[in-house]
Design a protein around this ligand. Sequence first.
Ligand code: ZN
Length: 267
Amino acid sequence: MIYLIILAVIFFGLLYYIKRPKSIAEATPAVTETYRDILLKEVDYYEQLPEEEKEQFEKRIHLFLHEKKITGVDVEADEHTKVLVAASAVIPAFAFDDYNYPMIREVLLYSNTFDDSFLHPNREMKQDRISGMVGEGPLSQVVMLSKPDLIRGFQNKSKPHNVGIHEFTHLLDKTDGTVDGIPEHLMDRKFIAPWIEEMEKEVRKIRSGSSDIPPYALTNHAEFLAVASEYFFVAPSEFKKKHPELLAYLQKIFRQEVSEEGVQPID
Ligand SMILES: [Zn+2]
């Protein structure tokens, strides 16, 4: 008898498991409408996508918001800001189907720039004010962003800065285990050496004042990739005009292409 009961429990357990609704529910039309409103108003990248890709983009936004926690530390994490966080994540990863940053679980929002003294309590020199960072050590599953800087990244069209895209590019760079400006998982091995050479070439131009890539790119190769990627996604036509060689590499890394309309995944 006891075996029958055990069998019955297993049977119904399996049935439940099989019939369990998918954990990621489709967004309701009302939710999609909200995303769409915010994206159309704020995110140029989304606006230039063809209709079909727009739908795909909305799904990815929903997936991100469904799986990641977005917490306001000393500021409100409103719907509008949450959608911008998700857009920052989806833009550089859009060509990688369903990729949703498994290494992070939470995004923390701050009311202003912050310093990283909480990570290095013994360091004497204070770091400059930071508008965003990928956590380290116990915070390695966390991304921290200054809310006003995140919003400014989407509003200020005159400067190719977007702290959200910057930080999520670091995370894509980290998919091979290190944030070093060489996202080995995303690029063909044969392009690695020429990519490093290309970065070095541009570094010399920045140093001599003959490049408009922001000088923060000089920090190291990881920052070079993140800074150049901000520019690539925020001002694609200008980037294409001024940096055709770098463009070729970024198109390969992100599997996205700059066309007349803007940037979109390569089929
Ligand atoms: Zn950085």
